[in-house]
Ligand binder design. Structure first.
Ligand code: RP5
Length: 161
């Protein structure tokens, strides 16, 4: 079983999930991705989440749109940290997904990221930051990554208008 597991509510979420996958590939950290829905395959979802052991899997990232119950249901069935990524929707621009993901009752936390691509990218970084607590190689990769972000801003900091 991989250290990071990505669960999306629908195959239609995969373009956003790819944003997480790209970062994890860049860091050469293996992951497993699954499509399982809180509403359409509830029993299969719970069976899968309960099969994950905290000894092996350190972070779960869940992606869902609309009445996005996925991350909450995942968190209800495990003690592995759960990161939620709200998927942007046509009707409510992802506010529906955001509120469904972020407004968890006390005791069942979900670390909710931003809506859409930025959230998916940050889910990867946040998951890596969790792994880095016990992995010096990932910690050093993250340091370099953040230094790269800083350098990119400094390069363009003198703007002639
Ligand atoms: C959610 O409903 C999924 O996570 C997806 O974002 C949304 C729409 O799913 P599809 O109708 O495209 O399968 O459960």
């Amino acid at each position: 079983m991989k250290k990071i597991v990505l669960i999306m509510g629908s195959v239609s979420d995969q373009e956003i999930v790819k944003e997480t996958a790209e970062v994890l590939k860049q860091f050469k950290v293996p992951f497993e991705a699954k499509v399982l829905s809180a509403h359409r395959t509830p029993k299969e979802l719970v069976k899968y989440v309960e099969s994950l052991s905290p000894k092996n899997t350190k972070v779960i990232v869940a992606y869902a749109g609309m009445a996005a119950a996925l991350s909450g249901v995942v968190a209800a069935h495990t003690t592995i940290p759960v990161i939620g990524v709200p998927i942007e929707t046509k009707s409510l621009k992802g506010l529906d997904s955001l509120f469904s993901t972020v407004q968890m009752p006390g005791g069942i936390p979900v670390a909710c990221m931003a809506i859409g691509k930025a959230g998916a990218k940050n889910a990867a970084i946040f998951a890596l930051e969790i792994l880095a607590l016990n992995d010096a190689k990932i910690a050093s990769q993250l340091k370099k990554y953040k230094l790269g972000l800083k350098t990119a801003v400094i390069k363009v900091s003198k703007v002639r208008l």
